[in-house]
Design a protein around this ligand. Structure first.
Ligand code: ADP
Ligand code: MG
Length: 725
């Protein structure tokens, strides 16, 4: 029998399981009904796709998202997995043909909509074949407590009874314990078989930015993410239309998406986005449920989302491929008033809940010190322990103390005044900088007393000063050209020489951005060529580009220059079938580029980088040394870190699906009595291994957290040993 790890590599082209994938797969293969909760992009699909290739019979996947089925099936076919979907969008003939394929045992995976599955026609079709696994995707739809309750989902219980031999796998990204409990109760699962992955999405850079001139800020961001795919979320349909039209008028590749558009237009815009024909979608929250696009590189919130939950779901659509992605929330307190207005129209419980949600997102947005991941994950009942995630604004920038900016304010304000209050900020800065550009000369502004008096700040810093003066009410901005003029307050303050306090942006901000987690360094010119090749092939096959290869795969090709089919297989996302279908075409591009630029294959570099990005070099070293016989004591001396840190590395190593050996070395390191150990294991059975607090409580605090971590490792070893099929 081929092992899950072999299928992961040979069929899907990946080297390492994502957290909990392996556990879930093993559990399913052991035919234990399983509930898996993983964040969007966490890799839920492989949890049933890999078992489906090991089971003899059919795996049925129920999904409410009809629009996604076709996409999933296209991706599966591209890696050579025979699969089909049956739903109401099929023509009668295609429907019949699909049924025939299933009846003849020609497919391993069948996607169906719940209402389709419940029809007599499909039920009797399934009676005629062997159903080995019934997967329920978006399983929160079963719960009335979830955000998307669907009555048809309740009836799936009957379907289960009809196929008692099929193991059931329920998947969702909704983590609240109430919904989980509801799913388990409805489907009659035991808690032992519940797996809840961390909701932390390490690759998302999260930042909240003061909203000043949102359109300008959006443009600035878009220029930063040139040629990348992204979503801009707005509060209202009108805002969506306006912003999309504005961006399009400025030659950005942007389209709107909201519930007020004609079906056809919505569909087209979504399709264009998925196929990389359009880079930017400006949308209300209606957008996203039905899309699976892995290479969304940025999500901008133009307005404040109405809850932490929806915020997290929306940014979750970025970076599904695991590559770095950027999430910017533009925040201003006036948005709160806007949402409050809508809340005021509600009543009773609904109003109370809405206010709670709003307060939570506001305090998230206004906190400028705590790591952004802490409150977000906290909200989902998870505690984020690291002090510094190094991938959010609060962790990467030092808190900026207010500085005395009186001199800058005076220079800027007087320059506005001298230029007769007829110009925008950009021109004022040009004057301050002593620019000789045509406009400055034409207006004679090189003769002003303020000409060239502001060389000490960069253009960006001056613009930042201008925005602060605007928001502090010293300046007003009007008209199409954003003309600046002085307010009464400014005149007053200039006269009295009042001090002004604000922030001078650091000039080396760019350097700091460099600290953000980067993906692999790659050759951008080659990447562009590969992307072009991908687009050609995708259009020829009539599929979205990511069905051919993901951005991640192309990035790796452009970083390591594989020169042979064998080397190409080492690239993430290249399995046997894709190699034979697309390999040569891409190799041609890489080879001719390499030849022209005298580049050689760099696959040894890949190994080194990989150790870092997927597991962390140290984690791997600690795990491997332990397996080679090192004791905890040896390791903490060698690494010069605390026992807790060593145990954390080992836990990470084990949870990434690596087998730990030498349980004896752990057993001797624990002072737990057999009874305490038993209680601990029972709690892990009951509530999973993610949190230690329940164990701590169950033992009345008799063992400290380091001890509990050792027991958790023993438990993981014991479980891995027990559930290997
Ligand atoms: P979910 O359904 O949980 O939102 P998906 O199953 O759609 O997530 O997976 C998201 C992306 O991650 C897909 O592009 C998938 O191919 C990729 N992926 C899944 N598992 C792995 C893995 N072990 N290594 C690398 N990429 C993976
Ligand atoms: Mg999914």
């Amino acid at each position: 029998m081929t092992s899950p790890a072999d299928i992961l590599k040979q069929t899907f082209g990946y080297d390492i399981f994502r957290p909990l994938q392996q556990e879930v797969i093993q559990n399913v293969l052991a035919r234990k009904d399983t509930l898996a909760v993983m964040p969007t992009g966490g890799g839920k699909s492989l949890c049933y796709q890999i078992p489906s290739l090991i089971f003899d019979g059919l795996t049925v996947v129920v999904s409410p998202l009809i629009s996604l089925m076709k996409d999933q099936v296209e991706q599966l076919r591209a890696v050579g997995v025979p699969s089909l979907f049956i739903n109401s969008t099929l023509s009668p003939q295609a429907y019949q043909e699909s049924m025939d394929h299933v009846r003849n045992g020609e497919v391993k995976l069948l996607y169906v909509a719940p209402e389709t599955l419940l029809t007599q026609r499909i039920l009797s079709l399934l009676d005629s074949v062997q159903v080995d696994c019934l997967t329920i995707d978006e399983a929160h739809c079963i719960s009335e407590w979830g955000h998307d309750f669907r009555p048809e989902y309740r009836q799936l219980v009957e379907v289960r009874k009809r196929f008692p031999k099929a193991v059931c796998l329920a998947l969702t990204a909704t983590a609240t314990s109430r919904v989980r409990q509801d799913i388990r109760n409805t489907l009659k699962f035991s808690t032992t078989n519940e797996f809840v992955a961390s909701f932390n999405r390490e690759n998302l850079y999260i930042e909240v930015v003061r909203k000043r001139e949102p359109v300008g800020q959006v443009i600035e961001l878009l220029d930063r993410y040139k040629d990348q795919s992204g979503i801009i979320y707005c509060f209202s349909r009108r805002q969506v239309d306006e912003l999309a039209a504005y961006l399009a008028s400025k030659k950005y590749s942007a389209r709107p998406y909201h519930a007020g558009l004609e079906d056809a237009e919505r569909k087209t815009n979504q399709e264009l986005f998925i196929r990389d024909d359009v880079q930017i979608i400006v949308a209300t929250i209606a957008f996203g449920m039905g899309i699976n696009k892995p290479n969304v590189r940025f999500v901008i919130h133009f307005d404040l989302p109405k809850s932490v939950e929806s915020y997290y779901q929306e940014i979750g659509r970025a970076g599904r491929d695991g590559l770095p992605a950027f999430c910017t929330l533009l925040y201003s307190y006036s948005d709160v008033a806007k949402i409050n207005y809508f809340i005021d129209q509600k009543e009773g419980d609904e109003k109370r809940v809405a206010i709670q949600h709003l307060n939570a997102i506001v305090s998230f947005a206004e906190d400028e010190r705590t790591c952004r991941r802490k409150p977000l994950l906290n909200y989902f009942g998870e505690s984020y322990e690291a002090d510094n995630c190094s991938n959010c604004d609060n962790c990467t920038s030092a808190p900026t103390p207010l500085a005395d900016i009186t001199v800058y304010a005076q220079k800027f304000l007087s320059c506005v005044k001298r230029a007769d209050e007829k110009f925008g900020a950009g021109h004022i800065v040009d004057i301050l900088h002593g620019s000789k550009n045509e406009k400055v000369i034409r207006w004679g502004h090189d003769k002003l007393s303020t000409y060239g008096i502001g060389a000490e700040l960069t253009k960006k810093q001056w613009m930042h000063i201008a925005r602060q003066l605007l928001s502090m009410g010293y300046l007003k901005q009007e008209g199409e050209y954003h003309t600046l003029s002085l307010t009464a307050r400014a005149l007053e303050s200039l006269k009295k020489r009042e001090p002004v306090f604000g922030v001078v942006q650091e000039a080396e901000r760019a350097k700091k951005d460099g600290k953000q987690k980067a993906g692999v360094e790659y050759n951008h010119a080659l990447f562009a060529l590969l992307r072009q090749k991908r687009k050609e092939m995708a259009d020829a096959d009539g599929v979205p580009p990511y069905v051919i290869f993901s951005d991640r795969t192309l990035t790796e090709m452009a970083a390591y220059y594989p020169q042979s089919r064998e080397s190409l297989l080492k690239i993430a996302g290249v399995g046997q079938v894709k190699l034979s279908q697309y390999g040569d075409a891409f190799l041609d591009v890489i080879k001719s580029f390499s030849k022209k630029h005298e580049l050689t294959e760099q696959l040894t570099r890949k190994k080194a980088v990989e150790g870092k990005s997927e597991l962390g070099e140290r984690t791997r070293i600690v795990g491997e040394s332990f397996n080679d016989g090192a004791t905890i004591q040896d390791l903490l001396e060698r690494q010069g870190v605390t026992k807790g840190t060593i145990l954390d590395h080992l836990t990470k190593y084990a949870m990434a699906g690596n087998k730990l050996r030498n349980g004896d070395n752990l057993q001797t390191a624990t002072s737990a009595t057999p009874e305490q150990q038993q209680i601990t294991f029972a709690v892990f059975d009951e509530s999973g291994t993610m949190y230690l607090k329940p164990v701590f409580d169950a033992l009345n605090g008799a063992l400290n957290y380091d001890e509990l971590k050792i027991l958790r490792l023993l438990y993981l070893i014991y479980k891995q040993g027990n559930t290997t099929p």
